[in-house]
Design a protein around this ligand. Sequence first.
Ligand code: FES
Length: 116
Amino acid sequence: MDDKNTSLAGTELRLCRVDAVEDGEGLRVDIEGRAPLAVFRLDEAFFVTDDTCSHGEASLSEGTVENGYVECPWHTGRFCLKTGEALTFPAVTPIRAYKAVVRDGEVFIDTQETPS
Ligand code: FES
């Protein structure tokens, strides 16, 4: 894990600045030693999930974000941004969702917290 992405406590992972994500969009975040993550911003709330779709290899950060879900850009499977639940076929396997913490203009996840 890259030290520049960890907090002093060592359990929080800094993903990006708040202003790096447009409202209604996603941002892929690559951190050494981890599967890529996606940060989504919707109505000024932030959500963090795995970036790779559980149906294929699509990057969910390139999907469509609305009404609390992201729609995969490849086959339009939908996932709940809050829980990672697969909502529509062909997405049937959930992705991991993480609690996003916004502090000092940056988005973090707590790596000790069990993903939902
Ligand atoms: S790769 Fe995402 S629904 Fe198929």
